[in-house]
Design a protein around this ligand. Structure first.
Ligand code: CAA
Length: 286
C-alpha cells in the first residue's frame, strides 16, 4: 500500500546541517501516505507530489484528505518557509475523481457538503507554489488556482471541462478564474470546456510564468521565499489575498495597518539596519 520507502542520500546526510541550498540536500520520501508523496528538498521547503499516476492524479476524497493533512503539517512546521505542490509530467491533476462522483445523489452531496474540505488549502498561512506539468483540468485547475503562485512547464494544459460532464466547476474555478483572467475568458473556459496551453495561460495572466524544470524552479522560488522574514511573508500573503475580498478602500486600510504592525517585529529592525550597514539581513522570524 505504501509506495515509496525512505530515500536518504549520503550527500543528504552530509549537508543537512548547512543553510538551505536550492535542491536535493535531503530527500525524505514519506511512507505515511498512499496517494501523495512528501519530501523536503531542503529543510525549509516542503514538497508534496500527487501520486495516483494510473488515474492521472484524479482528486479522490482519500487523496484530498491526505493532501490536507500533509499541507497542514507543513504549515505547522517551524522549519518550513514555503510549500511546493506538484503532480507528474503527464498530469498535475485531471480533476475530481469522476468515477467516485458519478453515482452520487443530490441529497448526499448537499448533506455532506461535498468538496467543502477542498477550500482548506486557502487557510494555510505559508505560501504554496503550484508546479504544473501536463493536465490541470477541472478540480486540478482549481487546485492550482487555490495556490498562491503557479509555475507551469511548457506541457501544461489548463481547463474546466466539467460542462462536458453535465456539471460546472465545484472547487472554486468559476470564481477564481474571473479574478485571474476576467469574465469573458472565464466564461469561455467554463462554457466550452476548452483547454488552454501554458503559453496562453501565461499571456492571460493566469500563471506567473512558463519554465522548463518546473519543480526545480518552484523549489528555488520556495527556498528564496523561505530566506525572508517569515512574519513579513505571512503578512504579504494575507494582504494580497485580502485584495480578493475587500473593496479597494478597505484593502488599502488593511495593508497600511498590517504594514504598521510589522514595525513591532525584530525582523523589521534587522532588515532595515542590515540595509543601512550594507550587510545581509539575518532574520529571526520574530
Ligand atoms: N476521474 C477519474 N479517473 C480519471 C480522471 C478523472 N477526472 N481523469 C482520467 N482518469 C482515468 C481514466 O479513466 C483512465 O483510467 P483507466 O485506465 O482505468 O481507464 C486513466 O485515468 C487515464 O486516462 P485516459 O485514458 O482518459 O488518458 P488520455 O491521455 O486518453 O486522456 C484526459 C487524458 C484528456 C485528461 C482524460 O483522461 C480526461 O478527459 N479526463 C477527465 C477530465 C475531466 O473531465 N476533469 C473534470 C472532472 S470533474 C471536476 O473536476 C469537478 C470539479 O470542479 C471539482
Amino acid at each position: 500500500m505504501f509506495s515509496r520507502a525512505f530515500q536518504i542520500t549520503t550527500t543528504a546526510l552530509r549537508t543537512v546541517s548547512r543553510k538551505p541550498s536550492v535542491i536535493g540536500t535531503i530527500r525524505l520520501m514519506s511512507t505515511q501516505y498512499e496517494h501523495i508523496l512528501t519530501s523536503r528538498p531542503n529543510p525549509s521547503v516542503a514538497l508534496i507530489t500527487l501520486n495516483r499516476p494510473k488515474a492521472l492524479n484524479a482528486l479522490s476524497t482519500p487523496l484530498f484528505l491526505e493532501l490536507n493533512k500533509a499541507l497542514f503539517d507543513a504549515d505547522a512546521d517551524q522549519a518550513v518557509g514555503a510549500i511546493v505542490l506538484t503532480g507528474s509530467d503527464k498530469a498535475f491533476a485531471a480533476g475530481a475523481d469522476i468515477k467516485e462522483m458519478k453515482d452520487k445523489e443530490f441529497s448526499d452531496v448537499y448533506k455532506n457538503n461535498f468538496l467543502a474540505n477542498w477550500g482548506e488549502l486557502s487557510r494555510l498561512r505559508k505560501p504554496v507554489i503550484a508546479a504544473v506539468s501536463g493536465y490541470a483540468l477541472g478540480g486540478g485547475c482549481e487546485l492550482a488556482l487555490m495556490c498562491d503562485i503557479i509555475l507551469a512547464s511548457p506541457t501544461a494544459k489548463f481547463g474546466q471541462p466539467e460542462i462536458n460532464l453535465g456539471v460546472i466547476p465545484g472547487g472554486g474555478g468559476s470564481q477564481r478564474l474571473v479574478h485571474a483572467i476576467g469574465k469573458s475568458r472565464a466564461m469561455e473556459l467554463v462554457l466550452t470546456g476548452r483547454m488552454v496551453s501554458a503559453q496562453e495561460a501565461d499571456q492571460w495572466g493566469m500563471i506567473s510564468r512558463v519554465t522548463d524544470n518546473v519543480v526545480e524552479e518552484a523549489i528555488k522560488m520556495a527556498t528564496e521565499i523561505s530566506s525572508k522574514g517569515q512574519l513579513a511573508v505571512q503578512a504579504g500573503k494575507e494582504v494580497v489575498n485580502a485584495g480578493y475580498e475587500l473593496t479597494l478602500a478597505e484593502g488599502l486600510r488593511f495593508e497600511r495597518r498590517t504594514f504598521h504592525g510589522l514595525f513591532a517585529t525584530k525582523d523589521q529592525k534587522e532588515g532595515m539596519a542590515a540595509f543601512a550597514e550594507k550587510r545581509k539581513a539575518e532574520f529571526t522570524h520574530s
